[in-house]
Write a protein that binds this ligand. Structure first.
Ligand SMILES: [Zn+2]
Length: 117
C-alpha cells in the first residue's frame, strides 16, 4: 500500500495573506492581486477670475480660509495618493467602472453578444 504524499502548497500562515480592500476576500500569498494607485491632484487652468472686491480683500479671505483649515486636509485638496489592493474580480470591476463612469456601480451589459462572442 503505497502512500502518496500530497504536496500541500497552502502551508503558509494565514496571517501572511492580504485581503482585498473592496470585498475583503483573502488574497493568498502567491496568488495574483492587483495594486491600484490613484493620484488626485488639483489642476489650475490659469484662468484668473476677475476679483469682484479688491484683491487685498480676496487675499485676506483666502488667508482666513487657510488659517481655519487643517493643514493635512489642505494638502489633500491639492494632492492625494490612494493605494488599493484588490482581487482579480474587484480589479476587473473597478477598471470597468472607471472606464464607464456613466453606467453607475451596477452596469447592465447593453450588448450581451459581445460578451458571449
Ligand atoms: Zn475583491
Amino acid at each position: 500500500m503505497g502512500t502518496k504524499e500530497r504536496r500541500n502548497r497552502k502551508t503558509l500562515k494565514e496571517t501572511e495573506s492580504r485581503t482585498c480592500m473592496r470585498c475583503s476576500c483573502s488574497l493568498p500569498r502567491g496568488d495574483l492581486s492587483y495594486v491600484i494607485q490613484i493620484r488626485v491632484f488639483a489642476d489650475f487652468d490659469e484662468w484668473l477670475v476677475e476679483p469682484r472686491e479688491g484683491v487685498d480683500q480676496q487675499l485676506e479671505e483666502l488667508m482666513k480660509q487657510v488659517e481655519q483649515s487643517d493643514p493635512e486636509n489642505l494638502e489633500k485638496e491639492v494632492y492625494e495618493e490612494i493605494t488599493l489592493v484588490l482581487c482579480k474580480s474587484c480589479r476587473d470591476r473597478f477598471v470597468h467602472e472607471i472606464q464607464h463612469p456613466w453606467e453607475g456601480p451596477f452596469p447592465i451589459p447593453m450588448d450581451p453578444s459581445r460578451i458571449i462572442h
